[in-house]
Design a protein around this ligand. Structure first.
Ligand code: 5GP
Ligand code: SF4
Ligand code: MG
Length: 466
C-alpha cells in the first residue's frame, strides 16, 4: 500500500491526491482521503479504483477541505482478500473522547488474528476485515490522555510490519515499526508545511523537498511549530524490505540514500557477472525488468533492445487479486516486438519469478515470434517463501521455486537457460559490499531465505511451518 499525509498547506487534500497518484503502483484497488478543517471538522472519502478517476473531480475534492489531510492507496494483503468492501478502504477514522483520529497503514500485522479475537472477547465491535482496525481498538482501550500516546500504546501491542500515517485535529503523525520493514519519508513543503510519504517520488510530485526518512522505530509528530521525534519501541537492528528495491518501489525513488533505479541496474550487472551468456540482444520484461536489463547490457556489452512492448494502459498484473484476472492480464499487457527478436539469441531480464506462469507465457510469445534462443535472467533470488509483511505473495504451494530446482524451472518454462541472481549479489547491488552477513543480514529477505525477522504468529497458529 501507499500512504501520504500533509499539514500546513491550503487545500491539503489536493496535495494528498497528487501524492497518492505518484504512489499508485503501491496499490490500485482503492484509495481514500481524510481531511480536517476547523469549520467543517473531519471529512472523508473512499473510492474503489485509481486516484486519477476519483480524486481529481472538483465536486469530490470540495468535500475535503482543510490544511491537514492524509490518504491511502490500497492493495489487499490481509483482510478480505479479493473481496474488499468499501469499509476496508483506509484511512480508518475513529472518534475518541479527546477528538478524532484517522490512520493509514502500509504493511501487515502478524498477530492481527489473535489480537482481533482478544479484542472482540473484550467487547470491541469490528467494522472491517482489515488488520489495521486492531490499532483503532487498541487505542480505544488505552488509558493514555492524548492520541499520540494512545497510538504508541497500541503499536507496542502489534507485531509485524507497519509504516503508519495518522492525523488528529492539529497533528500529522508518522510511525515506522522497529525493523523499518516498510519505507516512510519526511519532507517539507512551502514555509510551514510537512509531508509524510511512502516514497520520495510522492514528494517530488508536489514540489516538496526531502528532509529525511522517518527512522525505524521512530514516531514523528508534525505541526506548524516543527517536528517532534520519539522512539517508543525497543531499538533493534533495522531490516528494510529488500523486495522494495527489487520490485515494489518506483525506480525514481531514493531509499536509504540509494536510488532504486541504480540498485536495480546494479542487480543486472551482478547477474551479467554471475551468469554470463552469449547472445545478440538483452531485452527487459517491461517495466519491472527494465533497469536490471540495462545493467545486464552495460556489463555484458550485449546490445539492449525493446523486444517486448508493454501496453501503457494496463495496470500491474500481479496486483489484481484473482488468478483468472492475472492470467488474462499478461496477454493484455505485453506483446513481442517480432521484427526485433526474429532469428536472435535473446536474454530476457525480469525482476522475479513467483508462480512461473508469466515467464512461461513470455517464453511462448517470444518463440512464436521466431527467436533463435531464449535465456532468462532474474533480478532476484528464487521466491521460495510467502511474505507476511505486506507484499502479496501466494502461499508456498503456488511458489514455483518452493517446489522445483532452478533446472526444473528452466525445463518447465522451456528456455535455453535460466539463472537467478544470488542473495549475495542482490545485497552487493543494494550497497552491502561484503554481500549478505548471515549472522546479521541488513535487510528482510524472508521471501528468498525463509528467515523471518518477525515470527508470523497468526500463520503459525494456522499450521504454517517455518
Ligand atoms: P509469475 O512468475 O508469478 O508468473 O510472474 C512474475 C512476474 O510478474 C514478474 O515480472 C513480477 O513482476 C510479477 N508478479 C506476478 N505475480 C506476482 C506476485 O504474486 N508477487 C510478486 N511479487 N510479483 C509478481
Ligand atoms: Fe519484503 Fe520479502 Fe521481507 Fe516481505 S518477506 S518484507 S517482500 S523481503
Ligand atoms: Mg514484471
Amino acid at each position: 500500500c501507499g500512504i501520504f499525509g500533509v499539514t500546513g498547506v491550503q487545500d491539503a487534500a489536493n496535495f494528498v491526491a497528487l501524492g497518492l497518484h505518484a504512489l499508485q503502483h503501491r496499490g490500485q484497488e482503492a484509495g481514500g482521503i481524510v481531511s480536517y478543517d476547523q469549520a467543517a471538522g473531519f471529512s472523508e472519502a473512499r473510492r474503489f479504483g485509481y486516484v486519477r478517476d476519483n480524486f481529481t473531480k472538483a465536486s469530490l475534492m470540495e468535500t475535503l477541505p482543510g490544511s491537514l489531510a492524509i490518504g491511502h492507496v490500497r492493495y489487499s494483503t490481509a483482510g478480505s482478500k479479493g473481496t474488499t468492501a468499501i469499509r476496508d478502504v483506509q484511512p480508518l477514522f475513529a472518534e475518541f473522547a479527546m477528538g478524532g483520529c484517522a490512520i493509514a497503514h502500509n504493511g501487515n500485522l502478524t498477530n492481527a488474528v489473535a489480537l482481533r479475537e482478544e479484542l472482540i472477547r473484550h467487547g470491541s465491535i469490528f467494522q472491517s476485515g482489515s488488520d489495521t482496525e486492531c490499532i483503532i481498538h487498541l487505542m480505544a482501550r488505552s488509558i493514555q490522555k492524548t492520541i499520540p500516546e494512545r497510538i504508541k500504546d497500541a503499536l507496542r501491542r502489534v507485531e509485524g510490519a507497519f509504516s503508519v500515517v495518522a492525523m488528529t485535529r492539529s497533528k500529522l503523525i508518522g510511525v515506522r515499526d522497529a525493523l523499518g520493514v516498510r519505507p516512510l519519508m519526511l519532507g517539507r513543503v512551502g514555509e510551514t508545511g510537512w509531508v509524510l510519504a511512502s516514497e520520495t517520488c510522492a514528494l517530488d510530485i508536489i514540489g516538496a523537498t526531502f528532509e529525511r526518512e522517518v527512522e525505524p522505530g521512530e514516531m514523528v509528530i508534525c505541526t506548524e511549530e516543527g517536528v517532534e521525534s520519539f522512539f517508543p519501541f525497543q531499538r533493534v537492528k533495522p531490516r528494510f524490505c529488500v523486495f522494495e528495491y527489487v520490485y515494489f518501489s518506483r525506480p525514481d525513488s531514493v531509499i536509504g540514500g540509494q536510488s532504486v533505479y541504480e540498485t536495480r541496474r546494479r542487480i543486472g550487472e551482478e547477474l551479467a557477472k554471475e551468469a554470463p551468456v552469449e547472445a545478440d540482444l538483452v531485452c527487459p520484461v517491461p517495466d519491472s525488468g527494465t533497469p536490471a536489463a540495462i545493467g545486464f547490457s552495460q556489463q555484458s556489452g550485449i546490445p539492449y533492445a525493446m523486444g517486448i512492448i508493454r501496453n501503457q494502459y494496463m495496470g500491474r498484473t500481479f496486483i489484481e487479486p484473482t488468478e483468472q484476472i492475472r492470467n488474462m492480464g499478461v496477454r493484455l499487457k505485453l506483446n513481442v516486438n517480432r521484427a526485433i527478436v526474429q532469428g536472435k539469441r535473446v536474454v530476457l531480464v525480469d525482476d522475479s519469478v513467483v508462480r512461473g506462469t508469466t515467464s512461461q507465457k513470455i517464453r511462448d510469445m517470444i518463440m512464436d515470434a521466431g527467436a533463435a534462443e531464449v535465456h532468462f535472467r532474474i533480478a532476484s533470488p528464487p521466491t521460495m517463501w510467502p511474505c507476511f509483511y505486506g507484499v502479496d505473495t501466494p502461499d508456498r504451494s503456488k511458489l514455483i521455486a518452493a517446489r522445483m530446482s532452478e533446472e526444473e524451472i528452466r525445463e518447465f518454462i522451456g528456455v535455453d537457460s535460466l539463472k537467478f541472481v544470488s542473495l549475495d549479489g542482490l545485497y552487493r547491488a543494494c550497497g552491502a559490499e561484503e554481500g549478505r552477513d548471515p549472522r546479521a543480514p541488513r535487510f528482510c529477505d524472508a521471501c528468498f531465505s525463509g528467515e523471518y525477522p518477525v515470527r508470523p504468529s497468526d500463520m503459525i497458529d494456522t499450521g504454517f511451518k517455518l
